[in-house]
Design a protein around this ligand. Structure first.
Ligand code: HEM
Length: 464
């Protein structure tokens, strides 16, 4: 076995390295010190960070047969009841059945059938944004949640405080900020005997929390499903397994779509606020193709390269899931002469990929032009943010085709109709947005800290 400089990290690694806020920043400091890959051991658990697109493709994609498992987490899985959610499902028959179902619902060939629904939902969103701009965060959350509720359960949301939206919001917060914070590894995952300690025992707070959270997760999985199950299940022999698969897969699509979609739209609004020149350029393009008397539709997309460039740059700059979700290595492996033991949890350092100055010169700036050549939208593999922001290999995000359409239609329609600018303080001075990232898994923008102003767009000739 070869030794490597990145193994040095094993000596210094401890649990505090993992629970740091914006762990992706720390992981990217390790990338500067250790290169393409960095290996850390916490409580004996090996953690591998893949810091470049090439390393992630080499391992997660090309060696997908051994890099597609998920960790068996006692706390998240057994104690909190998340073990059958797709993102936590071990690699095998169940995960394959679940992914087949999702491919049917969300594969590229299914998406055009949602286009008119997406256009209608976006019009409704625009109306709400215009009627009640201060509550924009609630409207966006409703758009993100109601789309999946409609596509997955056929359920139509009727208000911003719909009980299913609130339930999902609470549960996603519990999963991403409490259960899965710091990679989702709890002392009980390293020392499974701890699960037997009684709930009243000092230090058993995790068990008391797990009981509460598990009850909430059961409600989250069962309630929306109860509404629609009679429509979904056939009378076949394996009806029980079918019911189980559909119930958990539906819940997984719903829970995985909320914070991710919101994160990208909130970054889009933030960037529109910060980069007015890009907005003007996009609006000119839209005006020349669509005119000022109708809303853009999907049929306009091929003629709107600058809007596509804006969308790509929002995905890159926003880096919605900056460390991906962990994969578990199923066999010992060797990469570039370095030994990686079976059982290692592998994170793709998407954040570092989005900030790679070789691929993206001046990476902290928002520059849609980096995707344009002679005014046409052009990206190479590895430069297209879609090749890393949705993860890698056999566990790559199954929702990527849906968001490709659902994000684009919102962005183009907002650009066509709304003026997004900085909110003013009591003296009329613009408030500079403060962006703080609190969530441990998603790069969610905290709206209350970064207020923005939405108003109907007045075009230069006053025709809107
Ligand atoms: C911009 C929006 C989104 C982003 C950036 C995103 C990103 C990701 C990432 C990075 C992963 C981990 C992939 C890996 O393990 O390598 C993932 C997994 C997943 N995503 Fe998404 N996602 C988005 C939207 C959605 C939507 C709309 C849905 C469903 C409707 C969805 C469903 C899922 C599911 C079920 C998984 C788990 C897949 C598995 O473990 O096999 N995502 N997503």
């Amino acid at each position: 076995m070869a030794t490597s400089p990145w193994l040095l990290l094993a000596i210094v690694g401890n649990i505090f390295d993992l629970t740091a806020r914006e762990l992706w920043l720390r992981a990217s400091q390790w990338a500067k010190l250790y290169g393409d890959v960095a290996y850390l051991r916490v409580f004996g658990q090996g953690l591998l960070f893949l810091n470049t697109y090439e390393a992630a493709i080499d391992l997660l994609d090309k060696k997908g047969s051994i890099y597609s498992d998920k960790p068996s987490l006692v706390m998240a899985g057994e104690l909190c009841g998340c073990e059958n959610m797709v993102a936590f499902t071990r690699y095998g028959d169940q995960s394959r059945r679940q992914r087949r179902l999702m491919q049917k619902a969300l594969g590229p060939s299914a998406i055009p059938s949602y286009h008119s629904l997406l256009e209608i939902e976006t019009q409704a969103l625009l109306k709400r944004l215009l009627d009640d701009p201060l509550n924009y965060d609630g409207h966006l959350r409703r758009y993100a949640g109601s789309l999946t509720l409609l596509v997955v359960y056929g359920y139509r949301v009727v208000s911003n405080d719909d009980p299913f939206l609130t339930l999902a919001e609470d549960c996603v917060e519990i999963i991403s900020n409490r259960i899965a914070s710091g990679g989702g590894i709890w002392p009980v995952d390293v020392f499974p005997f701890l699960k037997h300690i009684p709930v009243w025992f000092p230090g058993a707070g995790f068990k008391r929390n797990a009981i509460k959270w598990k009850a909430k997760m059961e409600e989250f999985v069962d309630k929306p499903y109860e509404l629609v199950k009679t429509r979904m299940i056939s009378d076949s022999e394996d009806a029980a397994q079918q019911e189980f698969d559909i119930k958990w897969t539906a819940n997984s699509m719903y829970s995985a779509s909320l914070d991710t979609t919101m994160t990208v739209i909130r970054h889009f609004l933030l960037l529109m606020e910060l980069y007015p020149d890009a907005v003007i350029k996009a609006q000119k393009e839209i005006d020349s193709v669509v005119g000022t008397h109708r809303l853009p539709t999907f049929s306009d997309r091929p003629s709107l390269p600058y809007v596509d460039a804006i969308m790509s740059e929002c995905l890159r700059w926003g880096a919605p899931v900056p460390l991906g979700l962990p994969h578990r290595l199923m066999d010992d492996d060797v990469y570039k002469g370095f030994f990686i033991p079976q059982g290692t949890l592998v994170f793709s350092n998407v954040w570092n990929m989005t900030r790679n100055p070789q691929t993206f010169p001046d990476p902290d700036s928002f520059i849609p032009e980096r995707y344009l050549q002679n005014d046409s939208y052009t990206v190479t593999d590895g430069q297209d943010p879609r090749s890393f922001v949705f993860g890698f290999g056999r566990r790559r995000c199954p929702g990527s085709h849906l968001v490709e359409s659902s994000l684009w239609i919102v962005m183009v329609c907002v650009l066509a109709t709304l003026d997004v600018s900085k909110e003013a303080d009591a003296h009329g001075r613009p408030i500079e947005p403060t962006v703080v990232y609190e969530n441990s898994v998603f790069r969610c923008v905290q709206t209350e800290l970064s207020p923005l102003r939405l108003a109907p767009l007045q075009s230069v000739d006053g025709s809107k």
